[in-house]
Design a binder for this molecule. Structure first.
Ligand SMILES: [Fe+2]
Ligand SMILES: [Fe+2]
Length: 260
């Protein structure tokens, strides 16, 4: 029995690796600068729905993410586990709230976007691809790799232009940032907008495009990132018991409805 279990476990691992590889092949192939600009033009009009934060959490909970290795938990559970860990460490209200909402941009999946246009690590488009991105070999499949203007160190950008001016690959970070940007402090907005930008915050890539403000807020993104990871042994949160506290917290910062 033991060996059998072990064997199955290995198969699962191989399959999971394969799924991740396929995901990044699609992501790196199709996330061109034009694709990013088109998604921004479409989604950042924020004309699809009007929802409050808790309503958006319940909407997102309809999403079952098969490819997520942490798929044991629902989307609401992941959000609450993140925010509760931040709260237990005594961080300020806005930080706890950031944990609660950080992945709400994944509702893009429910608007029909494929996984590769919603989740995964992000990278800068319109300039040379970084070798520090995951599976960098797949960038050769991206049509932008054939555009010389996009393949210089700075590409279409000025040195130290600031990440605000850089078109990162499209996904849930950028989308949520635009939904909530008028209601939270800069620290929170950095955490939300760049939490998937691993090549930058984890690998030190793209620093030549960052400005002083980005470099100042890198520590916030890193601080947040510790709470976005958990193990399968983590305890399942009691959603109904926590709801009153979080509704109150949401009310402190957000209007009853936001445009999505
Ligand atoms: Fe995320
Ligand atoms: Fe997350």
């Amino acid at each position: 029995m033991e060996t059998n279990t072990e064997h199955k476990f290995r198969d699962y691992e191989a399959e999971a690796r394969d799924t991740v590889k396929t995901f990044y092949r699609l992501n790196h192939t199709h996330q061109t600068l034009d694709f990013v600009k088109a998604k921004k033009a479409d989604y950042l009009a924020l004309n699809r729905r009007e929802m409050g934060i808790w309503e958006a959490m319940e909407f997102l909970n309809e999403l079952i993410d098969d490819s997520d290795p942490d798929g044991d938990f629902t989307q609401i559970e992941h959000l609450l586990m993140t925010s509760e860990a931040i709260r237990k460490d005594g961080h300020p209200d806005w930080f706890v709230l950031t944990g609660l909402i950080h992945d709400l941009g994944k509702i893009l999946c429910l608007f029909g976007e494929p996984q590769w246009a919603v989740v995964g690590d992000t990278f800068a488009t319109g300039c040379k691809y970084s070798e520090k991105c995951v599976y960098p070999e797949f960038f050769a499949l991206n049509p932008d790799s054939q555009v010389p203007e996009y393949q210089t160190e700075y590409g279409i950008y000025e040195p130290e232009t600031g990440l605000d001016n850089v078109h990162l690959s499209w996904g849930h970070d950028e989308y949520l940032y635009h939904v909530v940007k008028d209601h939270l402090p800069d620290e929170a907005l950095y955490m939300i907008r760049y939490h998937s930008f691993y090549p930058w915050h984890n690998e030190g890539a793209y620093t030549h495009l960052t400005n002083a403000k980005d470099r100042q807020h890198l520590t916030d993104v890193l601080m947040f990132n510790r709470y976005d990871l958990y193990t399968k042994t983590d305890e399942r949160p009691d959603v109904e018991a926590l709801k009153p506290y979080y509704l109150e917290l949401i009310n402190q910062f957000f209007p009853a409805k936001l445009r999505w």
